[in-house]
Design a protein around this ligand. Structure first.
Ligand code: ADP
Length: 467
């Protein structure tokens, strides 16, 4: 099948979080299955970067740059960058009305790119609010259209809501007419709602999240539009790209390990502790956390539970995160007060993220909601045990360990509060101290297989059902 992916992030070109990993993993896995996959994203100011050759294309009002594949690359999707011209900015997102302009342009470019390529996509697969207007324009193009549209919701918490004058400023005339009335109400335009109404099928990134977002608690105001989709809203779990996340080969690690060489994991733990100034030997439980600092992620719950956890347990924390500055300074405060127990790195650091997943004993994902979540799946492969809240994809990937039967791959808590988090973590710390139970838990974690190869057939079935 011919698939055009439309998105704001694609690795390694533009990444701020899991969206990039998810779209890239899916696209690569589809290519590996023989599909012709092309990807369209904006040309941000930092692109293409050194040593990359671009080939200029033109379609309608839009200009594109095709990235020339480097020799010897594994088979990969072809990537096209949309010129943003006056809307170019120094960051991936501007978080102001210019983003509306940039992503309206992305949507209309998505419909024009195929002509420039003399290629017709069977599926226009759009990701998140940034691409959500492409299905609207596609539907407006009329009943003769042969391309089917899929909109994947990676996070319903981000909808692309703007004062509706952005349409006058940036949109082609047919767009305003095509947007569903309830997505254009009260003086605002809601890109994601418009896309949810217009796409041929809507997917999200885990079965549990697909059920949750139909409710007011998780739907973030879109629950009615999502419920109206009935069976055309489906949840498909994201996969992991184990070519990138594998303790046997990870290029970010100085040494490598697998389930039979866990002594090497201990070496990495010492290296991490030394680098971050933590005091941790083999018997100290190190909890690694790599996260955006946003309310969604529940790191404020950790901040609430931390004084007690530091007082009453031996837990030692290695936190890497960026985002909310108040939360960052709270975490930095803990690190200043107890530098041997808490390390906080403020920023986005791919290499340190890999080391933390590899070297820690546990990871903590206390999300209030989590569409899929990737970090818990990465951690598993490195024998790092996830402590997660039972929501969305966390609930679909992590099952609470039972030492009696040796089933399960992590610790799962229910309540999004400091008490719930503390219970989940303390339960896992007890297992850590149990010399019989812990190796069985680690073995279960490392054996879990969330490869894209398992997930891609679900997308293929979905695509086929539309054609
Ligand atoms: P989300 O997309 O909601 O942030 P996911 O768990 O789906 O959450 O994906 C997060 C991705 O971003 C993972 O690849 C994780 O390693 C990475 N990540 C998040 N924060 C950081 C950071 N501060 N430094 C490096 N990588 C990070």
């Amino acid at each position: 099948m011919n698939v055009l992916m439309v998105c704001s992030e694609f690795a390694p070109w533009a990444k701020t979080g899991g969206l990039a990993d998810a779209v890239t993993g899916l696209a690569n896995a589809l290519v590996a299955r023989g599909h012709d996959v092309r990807v369209l994203l904006p040309r941000y100011a930092h692109l293409p970067g050194p040593g990359v050759t671009l080939r200029r294309l033109r379609a309608g009002q839009h200009r594109f740059d095709e990235i020339e594949p480097a020799a010897g690359d594994r088979p990969a999707p072809r990537v096209y960058l949309l010129e943003l011209d006056e809307l170019t900015a120094n960051s991936i997102y501007t978080a102001d009305a210019r983003d509306a302009g940039r992503f309206i342009r992305l949507a209309s470019a998505a419909l024009e790119l195929p002509a420039a390529l003399h290629w017709r996509p069977d599926i226009l697969h759009c990701h998140d609010w940034h691409a959500a207007l492409a299905p609207v324009l596609s539907r407006a193009a009329g009943a003769t259209r042969r391309t089917r549209t899929v909109l994947t919701l990676h996070n319903v918490g981000y909808q692309g809501v703007f004062a509706d004058d952005v349409l006058e400023q940036y949109a082609p005339p047919q767009l305003r007419a095509a947007i569903a009335p309830d997505a254009l109400a009260g003086g605002d335009v809601n890109f994601l709602r418009a896309g949810v109404r217009a796409a041929d099928i809507v997917t999200t990134v885990s079965p549990t999240y697909a059920a949750e977002i139909r409710t007011p608690q998780f739907g973030m105001g879109l629950e009615d539009a999502l419920n109206a989709r009935g069976a055309t809203l489906v949840g498909i779990l994201n996969g992991v790209d184990y070519d990138v996340w594998d303790p046997r080969t990870d290029p970010f690690l100085a040494t490598h390990f697998d389930a039979t060489s866990l002594a090497t994991k201990l070496e990495l733990k010492s290296a991490l502790a030394a680098r971050l100034g933590l005091q941790a030997d083999a018997t100290t439980p190190v909890i690694g956390i790599v996260t955006r600092l946003a309310p969604q992620k529940g790191i404020d719950l950790l901040a609430m539970a931390l004084p007690e956890l530091l007082r009453e347990t031996r837990a030692t924390f290695a936190v890497l995160g960026s985002g909310d500055t108040v939360l960052a300074s709270t975490l930095a405060g803990f690190a200043r007060e107890q530098p041997a127990r808490v390390a906080f790195t403020d920023g986005y650091d791919e290499a340190l993220a890999h080391l933390i997943f590899a070297a820690s004993d546990l990871t903590l994902v206390p999300s209030r909601y989590e569409p899929c979540g990737l970090t818990q799946m990465y951690a598993l492969r490195y024998g790092t045990i996830p402590v997660v809240r039972a929501t969305g994809g966390l609930a679909d990937t992590i099952t609470h360990f039972d030492p009696a039967t040796s089933t399960g791959n992590g610790s799962v808590f229910r309540d999004a509060d400091a008490g719930g988090l503390s219970w989940g973590l303390r339960t896992a710390l007890d297992w850590f101290d149990d010399r019989a139970a812990w190796p069985r838990l680690v073995a279960n974690a490392m054996a879990a297989d969330f490869s894209w190869g398992n997930q891609v057939p679900h997308y293929e079935d979905l695509y086929r059902s539309l054609l």
